[in-house]
Design a protein around this ligand. Sequence first.
Ligand SMILES: Nc1ncnc2c1ncn2[C@@H]1O[C@H](COP(=O)(O)OP(=O)(O)OP(=O)(O)O)[C@@H](O)[C@H]1O
Ligand SMILES: Nc1nc2c(ncn2[C@@H]2O[C@H](COP(=O)(O)O)[C@@H](O)[C@H]2O)c(=O)[nH]1
Length: 187
Amino acid sequence: MGKLIIVSAPSGTGKSTLVRYLLSKDLNLEFSISATSRPPRDGEQNGVDYYFLTPEEFKRRIANGEFLEYEEVYENTFYGTLKSEVDRLLAKDKNVIFDVDVKGGLNIKKIYGDQALSVFVMPPSIEELRNRLEKRGTETPEAIEKRLAKAKYEMSFAPQFDVVILNDDFDRAKEEAYEVVKKFLEK
Ligand SMILES: Nc1ncnc2c1ncn2[C@@H]1O[C@H](COP(=O)(O)OP(=O)(O)OP(=O)(O)O)[C@@H](O)[C@H]1O
Ligand SMILES: Nc1nc2c(ncn2[C@@H]2O[C@H](COP(=O)(O)O)[C@@H](O)[C@H]2O)c(=O)[nH]1
């Protein structure tokens, strides 16, 4: 049976970068495409990066019980994992990797227990998070402030994860993540 790798971190830490690296390795991993009510960024594609839903459609699916978990990660912006997405990937005998916020990560771990490995990616500092988000340039200054304001709170959940990886130097962090995930998948 396929296993689950959950990657969570405050916004800007580098979890998507880490997830992309792990997907490029020979680990039989496939990405769990989340649903979101936020609009696509430049270059993002529906059904590849996210399933982009209107807030109304997102709420209809919540009421219909279609989500394994969902969070209003930022005010009026919903993100969630569809049950159908996880079932689709596990049915293909894939290991599933998630890029989800901290609460979503802990919820998925609770549901799947030992079948899942929860990984918290720790930023070196709040200042470095700000640098990374400003350099990425995908959020307005107001949105960056909101994300940073939440980061300290999210970091307090790190001890509840199976593994904590510090993303200071990316080359070191990606090797550590690879070793930890490989070991878990081989168990
Ligand atoms: N170790 C690192 N050192 C410097 N920059 C990094 C490092 N890791 C990632 N980055 C850069 O930081 C930015 C944020 O990374 P990424 O988009 O992967 O973060 P994220 O945690 O997925 O954020 P979000 O939750 O907002 O999607 C990117 O521009 C990425 O290239
Ligand atoms: N609880 C969930 N959180 C999710 C999911 N998909 C993504 N996310 C998290 O949202 C933020 C913001 O993402 P962005 O793409 O707007 O930068 C980030 O922390 C993601 O990990 C999900 O299905 N459930």
